[in-house]
Design a protein around this ligand. Structure first.
Ligand SMILES: [Zn+2]
Length: 370
């Protein structure tokens, strides 16, 4: 879920023309074959020799295949070789689980249409992938139109081309970030997951999910209900299922954009951001809230906020969540309230405010030195 420090993925929609799309589709089909045969080779080799086949040995096989099969030769060599890294990763994961005493299934072969992405492992002028005149230049494919809706801060390292279920193409560019250190700022802010809103800040500000995201989520729910009513195996069901997959993708992308924007703003504005420790939060808070947390992608948001804060030289502190909702943020007395009670009204000191706002202030109080 979280990215290693300083590495970040940028996802952009790309618009290959018909010819480019045809080539990319062929490459995906060829890479699928490379993937499946490399996996089969490993399996056979292991069964005969009781030891593993290495990626280096598989690279030799790939080279030989290239000479024999024109379709393999058509695929850019970086892209073809990267497939072997994927096989190696799948295999290593499998063995790690075997060694841990689990009973994992053997790494799966990819069926038609199940191999969906290609990776250029080198990015830059004269390498497999690069930018040229606001377009994405892919070696052996050409200049591809790209929607660069966000500026890239850092050095691009690799580029993965992905064909999503909706039929849309994307480029995922992995970037090593330049450290951007913001000027010092001692302002603290507490952040609590909202029940109605996405988040509530300790200054009382409520942050709602953007309208277009709410609308897309509503549509998603409608489609889910509609799918449940369709007869199994019917044409209608297949049609709704495809629509649903497209809608899921749309919601995912919109949510991610929203998370990027919000985390950028917070890191820009505040020197210290305080949130509840998520792992404990899920255990403490009740089920319906836990569900709303997962719905809102809170965990993904916090991991995004964490790496952005780190790379900007900001402090992100996680505090234990105990009592943040029930305690009065002014006098410290416990004011019991159920989930349906939206207002914190303290009989001891008279404080009245939104329950989530009260919780966000308590989150700030829990830091070591706020
Ligand atoms: Zn009070």
């Amino acid at each position: 879920m979280s990215s290693p420090k300083g590495i970040r993925n940028y996802k952009f929609r790309i618009h290959p023309n018909k010819e480019q799309e045809r080539k990319l589709t062929n490459w995906l089909a060829t890479c699928r074959i490379i993937y499946n045969s490399a996996l089969a080779d490993r399996k056979n080799y292991y069964e005969r020799n009781s030891k593993g086949l290495t990626r280096i040995a598989q690279q030799e096989t790939l080279k030989a295949d290239k000479a024999k099969r024109p379709q393999v030769k058509k695929v850019h060599s970086q892209v073809a070789q990267e497939v072997l890294f994927r096989v190696e990763r799948a295999y290593n994961n499998f063995f790690r689980r075997v060694q841990a005493g689990e009973k994992p299934g053997y790494p799966r072969y990819k069926g038609p249409g199940q191999y969906k992405s290609l990776t250029f492992t080198q990015f830059g002028d004269g390498l497999g992938a690069s930018f040229q005149n606001d377009k994405l230049k892919l070696s052996k494919i050409g200049l591809v139109k790209i929607d660069l809706h966000r500026e890239i801060y850092g050095k691009a390292k690799t580029c993965t081309i992905k064909h999503e279920q909706s039929g849309k193409w994307y480029a995922i560019i992995t970037v090593e970030e330049y450290p951007v250190l913001y000027s010092p700022n001692w302002q603290s802010i507490g952040l609590d997951v909202g029940i109605k809103e996405f988040a509530v800040l300790s200054n009382g500000e409520k942050i709602a999910n953007p309208k277009h995201l709410q609308k897309s989520e509503r549509k998603l729910k409608t489609l889910q209900r509609s799918l449940a009513r369709k007869k199994k195996g019917s044409k209608n069901r297949a049609r709704v299922r495809l629509k649903l997959a497209k809608q899921h993708e749309k919601v995912r992308n919109q949510r991610k954009d929203f998370h990027h924007q919000l985390s950028n703003q917070l890191v820009w504005k505040y020197g210290k951001i305080i949130v509840e420790d998520l792992q404990i939060t899920n255990m403490v808070k009740n089920h319906s809230l836990a569900k709303s947390i997962s719905d809102a992608g809170w965990g993904e948001f916090i991991s995004m906020l964490t790496y952005k804060a780190e790379s900007a030289g900001r402090v992100l502190e996680k505090v234990p969540p105990h009592g943040t909702t029930q305690e009065c943020s002014r006098c410290g007395n416990i004011v019991k309230k159920s989930l349906s009670v939206r207002i914190h009204a303290c009989p001891h000191c008279g404080l009245v405010l939104d329950r989530d706002h009260n919780a966000a202030i308590n989150i700030v109080h829990k830091t070591k030195a706020s």
